[in-house]
Design a protein around this ligand. Structure first.
Ligand SMILES: Cc1cc2nc3c(=O)[nH]c(=O)nc-3n(C[C@H](O)[C@H](O)[C@H](O)COP(=O)(O)OP(=O)(O)OC[C@H]3O[C@@H](n4cnc5c(N)ncnc54)[C@H](O)[C@@H]3O)c2cc1C
Length: 460
């Protein structure tokens, strides 16, 4: 236990100064201390790798980190499962699974998140045959506000399990997860330049014929970077200097310089988007899946991403294209497009619908509010559900209409945490929980309780 001076998330959009920092070494210690905090009426948030863009983990009371609770406990390759401590970072998990000949079936485009943080916001990769990362969870161990250790799965505490798979750290602290894993496989990765028209005309074919397909469209251009990944029996490519140079030097070093130029002179954005579209590299590489899904992301940005029903994808992207052209937003970052299978997790943006995800980004330090707002207005018209870890302005009332199981989630949350130990200002507002409705527990002698400060809307 200790204090932290100041905490900041990856993008710098959220900062805070927790009063206390708690880094448990074991599930028993976690449960005992959380139980004490709960009884004392303290407020607790849990942080993974801090890669969310919104104030999910902001607190001025207790911040818990599971950094000391990392590692794979067991792997049962025959059953296709792995039991993993919840603080484990995805890249570490990838290596540990690989040593035993297994892998996660899919990942997003970075691998620095903690497994619990990634599943808790509905983090996803791409591929119409794959759900979000939370769909890989077969069971989880949850530490509740009363300090109880609950085992949850489709067989035990089934409702809590469906609520907890994507739960923003609002039901309790996930201490352990049992993941479904697949035999380690090599993928053939191809990245190439295409035209937007060509991508949209062949969209269904690309989605159907490739295990993992995604593309990045550069504003003010017809240029697209298309990425295809497919299973292969080919051997791992010999060291690929061009691919490494492209990922590190061009996509990060040179892109950072161009981005700084845009920050200093925003009117350069259109030109930089055009230069980027013309510089898309062709890459051909074979490697194990977990080494290919993720790429280094050193250039920092702000992001908004929405899930929309897959059938609206082309219409929505065309509207975004039109909106940028009409309003001349100064943006050079590409628009990222991915595809994900429907699931049955109560707060998953892909709940009961095959989905497309569209993400817009803005370089850190550049103005993003007007751009994100205009694009969000388009997502709204097509039943868009925001990515929980990224920026949006949706209210509790709106979210309730977008999620059929919203009331069930709120019921489970209120049952597990009637005093709102795990709520901060952002979650109060996101869930529409009336602070007066929270059963207050008198602080124990000597605890100087302070409510987390009310958080501003992420867009303001
Ligand atoms: C550069 C970059 C690239 C990204 N790429 C993708 C992508 O490809 N696909 C995608 O979908 N998203 C992506 N994201 C978003 C990111 O995956 C999510 O925001 C994810 O939640 C971050 O994980 P984290 O470990 O940093 O969690 P944090 O941001 O620290 O926390 C996220 C949430 O999880 C909760 N949480 C953390 N640990 C626990 C626990 N043990 N028990 C219960 N709750 C917990 C927190 O309280 C919080 O509500 C990206 C973000 C960045 C910055």
């Amino acid at each position: 236990m200790g204090t932290v001076e100041r905490w900041s998330n990856w993008s710098g959009s959220v900062t805070g100064t927790p009063r206390q920092f708690f880094k448990p070494q074991s599930i028993d210690e976690l449960a005992r201390v959380i139980g004490d905090y709960g009884r004392a009426g303290r407020h607790v948030r849990v942080v993974g790798a801090g890669h969310s863009f919104v104030p999910l983990v902001q607190t001025d009371d207790v911040l818990v980190s599971l950094d000391a609770m990392q590692g794979v406990e067991t792997i049962d390759a025959a059953a296709g499962t792995a039991t993993v401590l919840a603080g484990t970072r995805l890249h570490m998990l990838g290596d540990a699974l690989h040593e035993q000949g297994v892998a996660q079936e899919n990942l997003g485009d970075i691998d620095v998140q903690s497994i619990a943080g990634a599943i808790s916001t509905g983090t996803h990769g791409t591929g119409v045959g794959f759900g979000t990362l939370a769909t890989q969870v077969e069971a989880l161990t949850l530490v509740t506000a009363s300090g109880e250790i609950l085992e949850c799965s489709p067989e035990r505490n089934a409702d809590i399990f469906k609520a907890a798979q994507v739960s923003l750290g609002a039901l309790g602290i996930i201490a352990k997860v049992k993941l479904r894993v697949v035999p380690a496989q090599r993928l053939h990765y191809r990245s190439m330049s295409k035209k937007l028209d060509q991508c949209l005309e062949n969209l269904e074919q690309y989605k159907r014929e490739n295990s993992h397909f995604e593309f990045f469209w550069f504003p003010y251009t017809e240029g697209v970077q298309a990425k295809f990944l497919n299973e292969t029996t080919e051997p791992v490519s010999a060291s690929n200097l061009w691919a490494d140079f492209n990922k590190i030097v061009l996509e990060n070093g040179v892109y950072w310089l161009l981005s700084e130029a845009c920050r200093l002179v925003p009117s350069l954005s259109k030109t930089v988007a055009q230069i980027s579209a013309q510089s898309i590299a062709s890459i051909d590489e074979v490697n194990y899946s977990y080494r290919l899904f993720a790429t280094p992301r050193m250039v920092r940005f702000q992001e908004m991403e929405y899930n929309i029903p897959a059938e609206h994808f082309t219409t929505v992207l065309r509207e975004i294209q039109q909106c940028i052209a009409q309003q001349q937003f100064q943006v050079h970052f590409p628009v990222e497009c991915r595809f994900v299978r429907a699931d049955d997790i109560w707060l998953s943006p892909a709940y009961q619908r095959d989905s497309a995800y569209i993400a817009v980004h803005m370089y850190r330090g550049m103005r993003y509010h007007a751009y994100f707002r205009a694009i969000e207005a388009i997502f709204r018209r097509y039943n868009g559900r925001p990515h929980w870890g990224k920026m949006h302005t949706r209210t509790a009332a709106e979210l309730a209409t977008l999620y059929p199981r919203w009331p069930d989630f709120q019921r489970v949350r209120a049952e597990l945490d009637p005093q709102g130990v795990f709520l901060n200002g952002y979650l109060h507002s996101l869930f529409g929980v009336d602070e007066a409705a929270i059963t207050d527990v008198p602080p124990s002698v000597g605890t100087d309780l302070s409510r987390p400060r009310n958080l501003e809307n992420a867009h303001e």
